[in-house]
Write a protein that binds this ligand. Structure first.
Ligand SMILES: Cc1cc2nc3c(=O)[nH]c(=O)nc-3n(C[C@H](O)[C@H](O)[C@H](O)COP(=O)(O)OP(=O)(O)OC[C@H]3O[C@@H](n4cnc5c(N)ncnc54)[C@H](O)[C@@H]3O)c2cc1C
Ligand code: FES
Length: 285
C-alpha cells in the first residue's frame, strides 16, 4: 500500500530481502521498493518503522538503490532501543517506511566531489558516489570508522598509497570511484588519523587548477562535520553537510528537529527533516 504524503513523501510497505550483521553492531538491510529505488536523490532518508511495539519511527539514510531489482539498502548501527528492534527484523518481514524524505545534496558543476563520511554518516556518501559514477565527475571518497568497517575492505586496484591508505570499499571500487579509508584504530591499509587529515593529504596532492574544482560533501558526527567545515574554509572550498538530528515526525510537522541556520536575512530556525538534512556548511557551522 502506497499513500501520498506532502506530494513527494510516501508511506510504503517494503519487504526485507536481506539483512546482514557486521562487527560493531552494524547492519546492512535490503528492502524492496520500486518508488524508493527510482525516486531517491543522494542525501535523502527514510523514516522507518522499527517494530510493532515502538510507534516512533527512526530516520535512516538511503545508502544505495538498485533500480533494476527495485530495492534499496540501508546501513545502520545499533545505538538504542529503536535500532535494536530494527536489527531483529527478518528476511520476509514487511516494514513500513516513509520516504524518500528531505532535500538531498546539490551536485553542482564542480567536477571533483570530495566525499567525507564518518561512521553511520558513510551511507549518503555512497549514495552520491552511486549517482555520479557514470558521469564526468571524478569523486574521491574518504570513509572513516572507529569500529571495523561494515564491508570487506580491499586493496584499491589503482595502487595509489595515500600515506598508508591503500584500501577501499569494494562497492565503490566496482563503480570506478576512488576511495580510501581512515581510522584511529591502526587497521591495515587504512590511513591512521582523522578523515580530515586524509582529506588534507588528498587536497595537497592536487594542482591549483584541480583544487579549484573541488566541492566537499560530508555526513557524520557533529565534531567531524565541524572539522570538515573548518577544512573547507581553510582551503576556500564550497561544502555541503548532512545533519543527523533526532527526529520525531520527520515530515515537517512537529518542529522537533530545528537548527539555527544563517540566512541572507540573519539567523533562522530550519527543520532538518524537510528543509535539510543537507545544508551549506558555512550556514550551520
Ligand atoms: C536524516 C538522518 C539520517 C540518519 N541516517 C542514519 C544511517 O544511515 N544509519 C544510522 O545508523 N543512523 C542514522 N541516523 C541516526 C539514527 O536515526 C539514530 O541512530 C536512531 O534514531 C537511534 O534510534 P534508537 O532508538 O536506537 O536510539 P535512541 O538513542 O534510544 O533513540 C533515538 C531518538 O528517539 C528518541 N526516543 C527514543 N524512545 C523514545 C520515546 N519512547 N519517546 C520519545 N522519544 C523517544 C530519543 O530521545 C532519541 O531522540 C540518521 C539520523 C537522521 C536524522
Ligand atoms: S522531525 Fe518533526 S518537523 Fe522535523
Amino acid at each position: 500500500m502506497n499513500k501520498e504524503n506532502r506530494n513527494t513523501i510516501k508511506v510504503i510497505d517494503c519487504q526485507v530481502l536481506a539483512h546482514y550483521q557486521f562487527e560493531g553492531d552494524q547492519y546492512i538491510l535490503t528492502l524492496s521498493s520500486e518508488i524508493i529505488a527510482n525516486e531517491t536523490k543522494p542525501g535523502q532518508f527514510v523514516h522507518i518503522s522499527v517494530s510493532d511495539i515502538l510507534p516512533m519511527r527512526r530516520p535512516i539514510s538511503i545508502m544505495s538503490v538498485d533500480k533494476e531489482n527495485a530495492t534499496f539498502d540501508l546501513l545502520y548501527k545499533v545505538v538504542g532501543e529503536g535500532t535494536k528492534q530494527l536489527a531483529e527484523r527478518k528476511v520476509g518481514d514487511v516494514i513500513s517506511v516513509i520516504g524518500p524524505i528531505g532535500n538531498g545534496f546539490e551536485m553542482t558543476e564542480n567536477k571533483r566531489p570530495l566525499l567525507i563520511g564518518g561512521g553511520v554518516g558513510m551511507p549518503p556518501m555512497v549514495a552520491i558516489a552511486q549517482s555520479v559514477k557514470d558521469t564526468d565527475y571524478q569523486p574521491f571518497a574518504i570513509l572513516g570508522s572507529e569500529v571495523p568497517f561494515p564491508f570487506d575492505e580491499q586493496v584499491a586496484k589503482d595502487g595509489k598509497d595515500y600515506q598508508g591508505a591503500t584500501r577501499t570499499m569494494p562497492e565503490l571500487e566496482d563503480w570506478g570511484v576512488e576511495c580510501r579509508l581512515a581510522s584511529l584504530q591502526g587497521y591495515q591499509g587504512v590511513f591512521k588519523g582523522y578523515v580530515t587529515d586524509l582529506a588534507k593529504v588528498y587536497l595537497d596532492g592536487l594542482s591549483a587548477d584541480e583544487l579549484s574544482q573541488v566541492e566537499i560533501y560530508s555526513c557524520g558526527p557533529h565534531p567531524m562535520l565541524d572539522a570538515v567545515a573548518k577544512l573547507a574554509k581553510d582551503y576556500n572550498l564550497p561544502c555541503q553537510v548532512s545533519l543527523e538530528e533526532n527526529m520525531a515526525c520527520a515530515v515537517g510537522g512537529c518542529a522537533g528537529c530545528v537548527v539555527e541556520v544563517q540566512t541572507d536575512s540573519g539567523p533562522a530556525m530550519k527543520r532538518v527533516c524537510v528543509d535539510g538534512p543537507v545544508f551549506d556548511a558555512s550556514t550551520v557551522f
